[in-house]
Design a protein around this ligand. Sequence first.
Ligand code: NAD
Ligand code: DAU
Length: 338
Amino acid sequence: MTICEPTRLLVTGGAGFIGSNFVHWVATHHPEVKMVVLDKLTYAGNLANLDGVPEEQLTFVQGDICDEALVDELMASVDAVVHFAAESHNDNSIADPAPFVRTNVEGTFTLLEAARRHGTRFHHISTDEVYGDLALDDPARFTEETPYHPSSPYSSTKAASDMLVRAWHRTYGVNATISNCSNNYGPRQHIEKFIPRQITNILAGIRPKLYGDGLNVRDWIHVDDHSSAVWAILTQGQAGETYLIGADGERDNRTVMADILTAMGQESDAFDWVRDRPGHDRRYAIDSTKLRRELGWEPTHQDFSEGLADTIRWYQENEAWWQDAKAATEQKYQKLGQ
Ligand code: NAD
Ligand code: DAU
């Protein structure tokens, strides 16, 4: 059952990693849909991420999701919003949590208030990290019923934003859905994140860095599978419902590190062990049965080696995209001992 047929979409954070991949995905699969991207262009946003999206389909607005007047004006011009904008990196949130509270909590509040005023369909992008972590030997995976138990300043602000969305649906009847996805990989991911950091380290002649004992597990999903899931939820999801997005991609960090090194022609142990992340979540794992059963979604990029090889190729072919940020990113990590 289709409950939303968007013709004009507001995409917050559409110049970041997942938001820009979603905009490209919509441009390819739904060329009739117009998109307005609202993005502050923080260190994580890059206008070049939107290169190639047809001009007639895209309006770009540089601005802050906490700017009430701007958000109100844009919300009045669309029939649905997909809210990706966030401060997204755990290590940054540990070093300086303030922007996380502002953007992730206050920004979501500002958008919800505007959606309430204008009756706009609202899809909120969240993370599996709101559920905390699982033990390595626990057979369980996260489901929509798992209690919230966030560990880091980042995940606690995402949990807070999810709670606002739930309350605005129940109290004010905002037509809202939430998705909580696992770790994404693919092109255009900021080089502070695990996979692109190691790829660009190797390309720049720096030894890759592995935190702690390297046994932490993440549940990897290709960013295009995240986009198709978000579209399914936006158009067919039930108001007030939460859907977990995952593609059965559990891998420990040591294995992913070895995969990257081997795929790039290096010895699988040619990396440095570095200081662990404080409060480092042990394992994430998603059970996406509800999304698959109720909305018929299936991932189509489940060959991790193939997706990783494509991702490595993208960073090799787009050195100009990451080169400027590399020194500053590594300096930031050096200060943290990571
Ligand atoms: P990102 O850091 O690559 O991009 C975030 C974007 O938001 C950037 O373009 C940035 O400029 C913009 N932004 C930040 N603050 C803003 C503000 N105040 N106003 C307007 N724009 C602002 O993040 P990402 O990895 O693409 O994550 C996108 C969303 O997906 C986030 O909500 C994140 O919590 C969620 N998520 C990420 C993952 C993952 O693996 N990366 C997994 C699950 C969920
Ligand atoms: O689970 C979804 C989350 O995935 C999203 O909500 C976050 O926005 C996204 O950043 C990601 O969070 P993680 O903290 O899991 O991702 P990150 O890429 O920072 O790290 C992945 C794992 O790799 C984690 O266990 C820490 C480890 N790591 C990370 C870096 C940057 C290393 O071992 N070395 C590194 O250099």
